[in-house]
Design a protein around this ligand. Sequence first.
Ligand SMILES: *[C@@H]1O[C@H](CO)[C@@H](O)[C@H](O)[C@H]1NC(C)=O
Ligand SMILES: *[C@@H]1O[C@H](CO)[C@@H](O)[C@H](O)[C@H]1NC(C)=O
Length: 449
Amino acid sequence: MVLKGRIFRGCVCSIIAAAVGLSLMFPVFFAETSLSEKVLVNWLMWSRSSGQSLSDVERELNSENGCQLKVYMYPFPRRFNLGMLQQTEVDQDLPWPDGDFLPLWPAESVLEKQHNVEYWMMLDLLYSRVGRHGDTEVIRVRDPEQADLFFVPFFSSLCFYKFGLSMKEPECEQDKALQEEVVALVVDSPYWKRSGGEDHIIPLHHPNAFRYHRNLLTASIFIVADFGRTLPQVSSLRKDVVAPYTHVIPTYEDDNSADPFNSRKTLLFFQGTIKRKDDGIVRTKLANIIQNQTGVHFGEGSTNATGLKQATLGMRNSKFCLDPAGDTPSSCRLFDVISSHCIPVIISDKIELPYEDDLDYTSFALFYSVEDSLQPGWLLSQLRNINRVQWLKMWTRLKEVSHHFEYEFPSKKDDAVNMIWKQLRRKVPAIKLKIHRKQRRKIEDWWNW
Ligand SMILES: *[C@@H]1O[C@H](CO)[C@@H](O)[C@H](O)[C@H]1NC(C)=O
Ligand SMILES: *[C@@H]1O[C@H](CO)[C@@H](O)[C@H](O)[C@H]1NC(C)=O
């Protein structure tokens, strides 16, 4: 009885306060619903099975951040997720167990790593119950009835790299087959049927991830890199969440020069593939204008160890780093640049960025239109006009925000994975409103909703 009250007090946060406020005003009414009992029983069973003491559970429920997003993760066979990384003798049809050791991302998978947000989210959920107080935005629930959102643990980007990269039939059979299975599994779930998938989270970060069948899941919340290669009815900022790439350049930990403005000798740095498709054509045009100009490094790059080392040093020694569109509006480079504390110069008219409801990128990045940037002399004169004081202000802010772009395990407060959960949590009230109306509504909306 004592716990019951605490559970709900702990869960009040600004986001859901409105939804539960009424219940709190009428504790008698609330005590009679079975919801709180169910939560309690679940937590107790969970705490016993995991060896966590009741006091831990209580503390978790009462923590200041007791308004964590509650997520149910489907118990998919491991061949859909961590099993792709860790082939063992264990039956691939079994889900990855809780509390088991978690496989590290393999060091050789540099390209695949850029899109591995799916891996970090799953790790965070597998780990979300163990001794974590107030530093995490998410709690994994065992009982789907308690969930705000449902996580579909399918590594769609890794699956593309492993089984679909050639983009030719029949070599992509396995990528396609796994996608088919995922669709069959989720649409058969009663929770999918209830919402039409609107409260389901599906990581889909690589532009070709889930390419055969994502059209069947368009109601769901996709975790994406950008919207460059999808139709607006499939993926959009309205329903989806933009997540950072995992940077491949190491974080500049000891960036403590007494005079960073002057010690960063290069004015503008770019190293990467110069010839790209689609909007990436801007790279060739920029090369023609600014390559070989004073203060500029503009060179072909490579993702092998030597190339990454050169880029690391180059970004750390530059005041500004160019981030032009690649094959898609976004690229991993932006996040390499941020982790090197080099002020990003974004030239990509269709880019979308992570967590823009929390961050104002103009305080630490520069945005120029493709049209302006391609006028001879224009871009470099803009950059040369930024004085030391203005630059230092941006650099200081960049250092402050850079931890929001770190994927790490265990996750820490306000790091990348927690920022993503935060975005998802903000979507919950609107999703619930829709699902609840849908459940009781008998006719189509007759007024302009
Ligand atoms: C810059 O210099 C290099 C080496 O001399 C040359 O190959 C390249 O074509 C030059 N780029 C431009 C745009 O002039
Ligand atoms: C890395 O890539 C560059 C450019 O493609 C190449 O010249 C160089 O030999 C490569 N280095 C190694 C160690 O593979």
